[in-house]
Structures are given as structure tokens and as C-alpha cells.
Design a protein around this ligand. Structure first.
Ligand code: RIB
Length: 314
């Protein structure tokens, strides 16, 4: 199934990302507050985020031609996000401004170890429809890989999966935020990329080490996905296909902010697969992109360039 090659004039790998765009409102704190507690934090940061937009920017910075399919509010945050796509080289032909609805917003707290908690107000992301995806059908059919996440309606993701599947284009699903997924969708997924929490929600297996990641991956493979990459932050990631499983240790880095590390990984994976790399090669490339991303604050500002990934000594 992972055979897609993107026939595109400029020869860059061609990726289509279907998903969310948020404005991230971030506060750095010494620790994550407990329920009902008020704590004083550090500096406030407002940066473009959203899992879909982060993955689109990640793939563009890694050298891909990226079409992003998304909805923004026709408001200040929406216009700032559009301007940012232009700066980052993301093709926003399929990005629509919805009037009368706010752009997606994420409230993020990041502790001293770089861990985070995130709450998203989806706003216009909830209006991204199967029809919006259909308008991008030609680009999806011509792509080297298609990527989606779950901050937009499930039927929208399913339509993207269907178009990719019918054309033999690898479909990567980052199941975040996790929710129960229908069998028909799992059947069309080329690579599923849950983190430990998402793997637990999808399988019921408490994932905390390699053996438990293997157990969760076996369940997901049995449910119909072609391959699973369980991402486990500072530990590394498990690659699982029908006949092989391999755990790859994470590169040791000083974590400043883990926000969007999974998005750097998904974007890097898509670029590698669209270039014709094996799953192992693409995941290794993606792991380097993710490691670099945790060394900087913020979602999109932390996405590394291709040159940074290739010269990374970690
Ligand atoms: O994956 C990180 C992203 O999750 C943030 O940028 C935030 O917007 C939420 O969507």
C-alpha cells in the first residue's frame, strides 16, 4: 500500500494534510497545577498551532510541497494563521475562512520538564467537512502521502482516508485527540501514530514500556491498520507491521517544550514515505525532527528545517 509517489512539477514530495489550525495561548509554569489550584506562571506566548497546521508546517519545512485542507474563523487569529502559512510555504488553496465562527484556540500549560496539558476550543475546525475534502480530491489523488488527525469531524477524516485509499496513496492517521475509531476507517489506515495515552484509549492496554506498546500495537494491527508507530516521548517509538516489530530508542535531548513533538513526527513520517523511504527510514527521519522540536518553545516555531534534521548530531 505504501507506494504513492506525488507527480508534481517541482519534484518535491507532495503531501496533503487534512486537519485543524489553532492559535496556541501558552504559559510556562514550574509545574502543572492540581485540580482547583491557581499558580503563578512565567511568560505568556501566543503562537500558531493546531495539530493539522503543525504537521503541514513541519512537512513544508522538511522540504515537501504541502496542500493544507482546513477551516479558520474569519477573525484576527484566522488571518494571522493564513499569513503564517504563506511565510512557512504551506499551500493554503484549500484553506477556507468560515464567517460567524471563531478560529480554533488551544490553552496550553508547559511545565519545567517540557510536559504539557492542552485544552482546545475547536471553533471553525468543527466546520471542516467532507465537501471541503472533496474539493481537494485531485491533490489527494496525486499526493505521495495524506495525513490527518482527530481535531476535525470524523466523517471528514474518513472521506480523506477513502480518497487516499482508492488511489493507493499512503494515509497516515495521528489519532489525537483519541476517540473510538470505526473499523472501516482503521482498514484504510496505512500508518497509525498513537502516543502512549492514545494507544491506551484505542486498545485498553496501559502503555508504559516496550512490551505494553507491543501488546497495544498487536491489537491495532488486528483491527486492520497496515502499520503502527507507538510514539513514547523520551523513550522512543515502536514500529509495528504484520511481520515485524522494532523498538527504536529516542535521541537524548534537553526538553524545553514537548508540544507538537507528535506533529513534527507525523510531518516527518509523511515526507519520508512520500519520498519512497521504508517505514523504518521514514520513522527514523521523523524521530530526529521530533527530537529537535522539543528543544524549542511553541508548536510551529519549533519545527526544524530539513537541513537541521540532516545535520543534527543527536
Ligand atoms: O499537538 C499540539 C497541538 O495540539 C497544539 O498546537 C494545539 O493547538 C493542539 O491542537
Amino acid at each position: 500500500m505504501m507506494t504513492g509517489t506525488g507527480p508534481i512539477a517541482d519534484q518535491r514530495p507532495h503531501i496533503v494534510v487534512v486537519g485543524s489550525s489553532n492559535m496556541d495561548l501558552v504559559v510556562k509554569t514550574a509545574r502543572i497545577p492540581t485540580l482547583g489550584e491557581t499558580i503563578l506562571g512565567g511568560d505568556f506566548l501566543m503562537v500558531p498551532g493546531g495539530k493539522g497546521a503543525n504537521q503541514a508546517v513541519a512537512a513544508a519545512k522538511l522540504g515537501a510541497h504541502v496542500h493544507f485542507v482546513a477551516r479558520l474563523g474569519d477573525d484576527l487569529f484566522g488571518r494571522q494563521s493564513l499569513a503564517n502559512f504563506e511565510r512557512e510555504g504551506v499551500d493554503a488553496t484549500h484553506v477556507t475562512l468560515s464567517s460567524g465562527v471563531a478560529s480554533g484556540v488551544a490553552l496550553i500549560t508547559v511545565d519545567a520538564q517540557g510536559n504539557n496539558v492542552i485544552v482546545v476550543a475547536p471553533g471553525a475546525n468543527s466546520a471542516l467537512s467532507a465537501d471541503d475534502v472533496e474539493r481537494a480530491a485531485d491533490d489527494i489523488r496525486a499526493a505521495g502521502a495524506v495525513v490527518a488527525q482527530l481535531e476535525v469531524p470524523l466523517e471528514t477524516v474518513q472521506h480523506a482516508a477513502q480518497l487516499a485509499h482508492e488511489s493507493g496513496v499512503p494515509f497516515i492517521l495521528d489519532p489525537a485527540p483519541a476517540q473510538d475509531l470505526p473499523a472501516e476507517l482503521l482498514d484504510m489506515v496505512s500508518v497509525l501514530t498513537p502516543n502512549e495515552t492514545e494507544a491506551r484509549i484505542l486498545t485498553g492496554v496501559e502503555v508504559h514500556d516496550e512490551p505494553s506498546a507491543r501488546a497495544a500495537a498487536r491489537k491495532l494491527l488486528a483491527a486492520g491498520v497496515d502499520a503502527v508507530v507507538v510514539t513514547m516521548g523520551g523513550q522512543g517509538f515502536l514500529l509495528a507491521e504484520a511481520n515485524s516489530m522494532e523498538f527504536i530508542a529516542a535521541l537524548a535531548v534537553q526538553a524545553i517544550d514537548a508540544t507538537a513533538a507528535g506533529d513534527a513526527f507525523a510531518g516527518g513520517l509523511a515526507v519520508g514515505l512520500a519520498q519512497g523511504q521504508s517505514l523504518r527510514e521514514a520513522a527514523t527521519f521523523a524521530g530526529r525532527a521530533a527530537a529537535l522540536s522539543v528543544m524549542k518553545m511553541g508548536a510551529q516555531p519549533s519545527m526544524p528545517t530539513r537541513e537541521e534534521v540532516e545535520t543534527f548530531a543527536g
